[in-house]
Write a protein that binds this ligand. Structure first.
Ligand code: ADP
Ligand code: MG
Length: 302
């Protein structure tokens, strides 16, 4: 598997599992990059070292590097880079004046920041410096927007392409020929990016989405929604990590909690009998640093 995305509700252990999976992969001699797309950037806390916007080797772990990807920044860069092309489309295909075009350019394009975050990931994969890429995604809402972004952008591209088509038709009618310009190239290349992302996500021999949850009713409800949506997007989920499973039954309180947790896990198994359920035990302390991640790692599948 080249690309593994960890997703789920906030606080269930996505970052912990992504970091532990990275550690596991690196220990299997596989050059691995862990990518954090959560604006909360908790990967640094989990690895117990700084992680930034550039790829950086993880200290004292061979074969493991980490990076934080900031979708908002990626979008800003994209807009600065392609301002001329976008404004040119609006200019040639509408009757808007410069001021209106400026305001339209400033309007947020739904899904675009997530798409740009994804583009950064795909570009990293295309650079090919690593064999595995593990993505720690933001909580469910964000992750779904991330997955939905190619579709949203596709609609945006369609509208832009339609505007272009009218312009093209006009130019061709008046001058007899039309030579594609940098705005046409821009739309083409954006379309290619969208296709590339869609293809990668849908290719279940190349990428996998691992859902992380905890055995609590609220988290399970959200997990069900996420799994349904993944299915709708045609994205493979084969494994469901159930984190923070209580193992101790040394006191009445623990026995009671454990019983309830086991009931939830049983229900999950029934409901998603096509998924492999991977239980990860609750640790006494927060999972911070390599020794703690190592313990989690042993429970995760390859
Ligand atoms: N199995 C576990 N046992 C104990 N603490 C855990 C476990 N998994 C995660 N944690 C802790 O729970 C908190 C949230 O985990 P995190 O991986 O950051 O969740 P998410 O990325 O889903 O928001 C962190 O403090 C982490 O150390
Ligand atoms: Mg996190």
């Amino acid at each position: 598997m080249k690309l593994t995305l960890f997703g789920g509700k906030g606080g269930v252990g996505k970052t912990t599992c992504a970091a532990a999976a990275g550690l596991r992969s690196a220990q299997n001699q596989c050059p691995t990059l862990v990518i954090c797309t959560d604006p909360a950037h908790s990967l640094a806390d989990s690895l117990d070292q700084t992680v930034g916007g550039e790829i950086k080797p993880v200290k004292e772990v061979e074969n493991l590097s980490a990076i934080e990807v900031n979708s908002k920044k990626a979008l800003e860069e994209f807009k600065t880079q392609h301002e001329d092309e976008i404004k040119n489309i609006l200019d040639t295909s509408t009757h808007l004046d410069d001021e209106d075009i400026d305001s339209m350019f400033q309007l947020p394009i739904p899904g675009m920041d997530e798409l740009m975050g994804f583009k950064t990931i795909v570009d990293l994969i295309d650079e090919g410096k690593f064999e595995r890429y593990i993505v720690d995604t933001a909580p469910t809402g964000h992750a779904l927007r991330l997955l939905n972004s190619p579709y949203l952008i596709d609609d945006w591209i369609k509208v832009m392409a339609k505007m272009r088509w009218k312009y093209r038709y006009m130019v061709q009618s008046f001058s007899g020929k039309y030579t594609p310009d940098k705005s046409d190239d821009f739309l083409m290349s954006l379309k290619k990016t969208v296709k590339r992302i869609e293809k990668m996500l849908r290719n279940d021999s190349e990428s996998e989405f691992v859902v992380v949850t905890i055995p609590e009713p609220m988290a399970i409800l959200e997990t069900e929604r996420l799994l349904l949506e993944l299915d709708e997007f045609g994205i493979a989920a084969r494994r469901l990590i159930v984190n923070s499973v209580l193992e101790s039954d040394g006191c009445e309180f623990c026995r009671e909690r454990r019983k309830i947790q086991q009931e939830h896990i049983g229900r999950l198994k029934q409901r998603f009998n096509n998924l492999t359920i991977v239980p990860v035990p609750l640790q006494a302390r927060p999972v911070v640093g390599m020794a703690a991640l190592n313990r989690i790692m042993d429970y995760l599948p390859d």
